[in-house]
Ligand binder design. Structure first.
Ligand SMILES: *Cc1c(COP(=O)(O)O)cnc(C)c1O
Length: 217
C-alpha cells in the first residue's frame, strides 16, 4: 500500500522537485516499507521521534528536520542530519553552525518564513533577515549551507489563499536571492507543499515537497 501511494505521489512530481516523505507518527516498520519501495529522503518534525528512527533504520537515509527546533536539541541531530528546513532565528542558525563544526560537517539549512494566516506557525519576517545580514558573524559561518526558504501555507480549503501564500514565499525567495544571495549557487531551494497542496506548490515554484499522510495513509 505504501509502495503504491509513493508511486502515485512520485508520478505527480517533476524530476527537478525533491520528495521528502514525512514519516512522523509512523513506526519504523512503515518507514521501512517506503525505504524498500526506493524512498531515501525522510522528514520528521520532532527530535525525540527522529533519534530512535535514525538509530533503527538504514544509514543511507537522508533525514530532514521539518519542525520547530529548540537550540538545546541541535547537538543531538548535528552528527547526521542532512537538512534542517525550520531555521527561524539567527540564534538557531549560529547554534547549528557551532554543532556542525564540532562534528566536522556542513549542514544544509532553509530559512523558514511565516506565510500562513495563523498565529502559531514559526518563521522569520523579512526585517529579521535584513538585521541578520548586517552581522559580521553571519558571514563567518562556514558549517551551514543556506540553501533556500521553507514555508507552510494555511490549513484551509481555500485554494486561492493557499496559492497566494505560495506565491508570497516564491517572492520572498526571489527577493532574498537578488539582494543577499546573488552569488551563492547553493541558495536555490523553495520547500513548500504538503499532501493537500503540493501540486499547487509545484505550480508556484516549489523545489522540495514534504508529503506525509498521502504516502502513509
Ligand atoms: C506534517 C508535516 C508535513 C506533511 O503533512 P501531510 O499533510 O501529512 O502531508 C509537512 N511539513 C511539515 C512542517 C509538517 O509538520
Amino acid at each position: 500500500m505504501i509502495a503504491e501511494n509513493l508511486k502515485e505521489v512520485l508520478s505527480g512530481i517533476p524530476d527537478h522537485v525533491k520528495l521528502v516523505a514525512v514519516s512522523k507518527m509512523n513506526p519504523v516498520e512503515r518507514v521501512m516499507e517506503a525505504y524498500d519501495a526506493g524512498q531515501r529522503i525522510f522528514g520528521e518534525n520532532k527530535v525525540q521521534e527522529l533519534l530512535p528512527k535514525y538509530e533503527a533504520l538504514p544509514k543511507d537515509i537522508e533525514w530532514h528536520l521539518i519542525g520547530h527546533l529548540q537550540t538545546n536539541k541541535v547537538k543531538f541531530i548535528a552528527p547526521f542530519i542532512s537538512m534542517i528546513h525550520s531555521v527561524d532565528s539567527f540564534r538557531l542558525l549560529e547554534e547549528i553552525n557551532k554543532q556542525a563544526k564540532k562534528n566536522n560537517r556542513v549542514i544544509d539549512v532553509l530559512l523558514q518564513f511565516h506565510i500562513a494566516d495563523e498565529e502559531t506557525k514559526y518563521g522569520f519576517v523579512m526585517e529579521e533577515i535584513r538585521e541578520m545580514v548586517k552581522e559580521k558573524s553571519f558571514y563567518e559561518m562556514e558549517n551551514v549551507r543556506i540553501s533556500g526558504v521553507m514555508g507552510m501555507a494555511s490549513n484551509t480549503e481555500n485554494s486561492e489563499q493557499v496559492r497566494f501564500e505560495f506565491i508570497e514565499l516564491a517572492n520572498i525567495f526571489e527577493t532574498l536571492k537578488s539582494h543577499f544571495f546573488k552569488f551563492n549557487d547553493d541558495f536555490k531551494e523553495i520547500s513548500m507543499g504538503m499532501s493537500g497542496d503540493y501540486q499547487l506548490a509545484i505550480e508556484e515554484g516549489s523545489t522540495i515537497v514534504r508529503v506525509g499522510s498521502k504516502i502513509f495513509k
